[in-house]
Design a protein around this ligand. Structure first.
Ligand code: 5AD
Ligand code: SF4
Length: 430
């Protein structure tokens, strides 16, 4: 989401006449688009911004602009820790970036930073225009904000309630992305399944997917469409059915479970039980056997006992996730969980994380082992030591070196899985 918003900021700045710096050039303006979802992200951002701010030249340049979730949440703290910030703005004021920089340039001698915050986000999500670097994959945000208030999560406080982008704007942007030659488009939202609810649409996400499918199918070359993130409480069988019938929607479902114990899910305010999660996961497995299921998991949430944690491990074993992002719980400001006792000691969180990660790796290896000898579609998107790409189900596959010379990023081809070594999948042209 932040990467995409940075592309929007770049678009706004270019439209206002600013130019991106080339590598090695000294910048006049540095823009930080920050994340506050976990304590770790916040700490890293403070340290990096501080580094840049302390290297300001005598003439006051580069101008330091900080925006995004961290500035929305930690406005005062940031100004206190990094006094050299010139422009600080919240998550609802992005459109003002060029204007605020202009103001700052006019008042260069002024030591007061330019601030822009709205306490209440208003209206729809009308963000348009992104300066995308040419490549294989593009992002397309369809909603901004979140209504769910999971008790550990700062996102609703930092980004405001869910606002869906009107369907015409999404389709227009998609048209542009296709014209720019991208081969894969990822629709973005904190909870894509609830797309359109704030616009009064029922099953808006299905309607959007159907319209996207029509638009993409008219194109002569193949394009893949993905979407993240699906919230288990709003995930529906009808979405899985649409993906099954589709030639363009990729069978990858990012469905964060967060915890395997109903007690913890309730404390997290997730709105589903382990049983419902397992039901929808089985539906995906039965309907689309080649699909992948990805997830996010938090260990060490307040009151998580060893028995609760064991239930998380059991669910990982049952669902056989292909992809899992795992985190140790950290309290976030304003959230309900931050007033609960952070009862799991740091060492214990670390131990649970380690045990979980070991299981995630074992499960992945077992799951991908079944691919040996199979033929799968691949979209080449990386060229490092060797070419690699992702399957529709979002698994990374490396091309054995013998065929690499005839490939380029953006190629779509069929490959045969030849080997699985150290958790990496290898293939050759089918
Ligand atoms: N502590 C740890 N992990 C968190 N996440 C969100 N908030 C927290 C927190 N307070 C994780 C969730 C979410 C992912 C983006 O970050 O797993 O899905
Ligand atoms: Fe945070 Fe929950 Fe919203 Fe995801 S759904 S952004 S975890 S509040």
């Amino acid at each position: 989401m932040n990467q995409s918003r940075s592309e929007h900021i770049e678009y706004l700045l270019k439209k206002a006449g600013f130019k991106a710096c080339l590598e090695g050039e000294e910048p006049d303006i540095v823009v930080f688009n920050t994340c506050a979802v976990r304590e770790h992200a916040k700490n890293r951002a403070v340290s990096i911004i501080g580094q840049f701010a302390s290297q300001k030249r005598k003439d006051g340049f580069p101008i330091i602009l900080v925006c995004g979730c961290m500035s929305q949440i930690y406005q005062k703290e940031l100004l206190h820790h990094v006094p050299n910030i010139d422009v600080l703005l919240g998550t609802h004021n992005l459109e003002e970036v060029p204007l605020l920089i202009q103001k700052r340039l006019e008042k260069q001698k002024d030591t007061q930073p330019q601030l822009a915050f709205w306490s209440k986000p208003e209206g729809q999500f009308l963000e348009t225009g992104y300066s995308r670097k040419p490549g294989v994959s593009a992002f397309l945000p369809i909603t901004y904000g979140c209504n769910n208030f999971c008790s550990y999560c700062v996102v609703p406080y930092a980004t405001g309630p869910q606002r869906s982008k009107p369907m015409e704007l999404i389709l227009e942007e998609l048209q542009k992305i296709l014209e720019e030659g991208f081969k894969e488009v990822t629709l973005l939202g904190q909870n894509v399944n609830s797309y359109g609810e704030d616009l009064g649409l029922k099953w808006g996400f299905e309607k959007l997917l159907e319209n996207i499918e029509k638009l993409v199918e008219e194109r002569p070359s193949r394009v893949w469409i993905r979407f993240i993130t699906s919230h288990p409480k709003d995930m529906r069988e009808s979405i899985v059915d649409l993906v099954k019938e589709s030639k363009v929607l990729c069978p990858y479902f990012h469905l964060p479970i967060q915890a395997g114990s109903n007690k913890i899910l309730e404390l997290m305010n997730r709105g589903y039980t382990k049983e419902r999660y397992l039901e929808i996961a089985s539906y995906i497995r039965d309907t689309i056997p080649d699909a992948s299921i990805g997830t996010d998991i938090i260990v060490g949430f307040p009151e998580e006992t060893e028995a609760d944690f064991q239930q998380t491990l059991e669910v990982v074993e049952k669902v056989q996730f292909e992809i899992a992002y795992t985190f140790a719980y950290s309290p976030r400001p304003k959230t309900r969980a931050s007033s609960m006792v952070d009862s799991v000691p740091p060492q214990e969180k670390k131990r649970r994380l380690l045990e979980l990660n070991q299981l995630v790796r074992r499960v992945y290896q077992k799951r991908v082992e079944k691919l040996r000898g199979k033929t799968v579609a691949l979209l080449i998107d990386k060229q490092e030591k060797t070419f690699s790409g992702r399957t529709p189900s979002n698994l990374r596959v490396f091309i054995e070196s013998s065929v690499k010379n005839s490939l380029k990023p953006g190629d779509m081809l069929l490959v045969k899985i030849t080997d699985i070594r150290d958790g990496k999948i290898f293939a050759e042209k089918a």
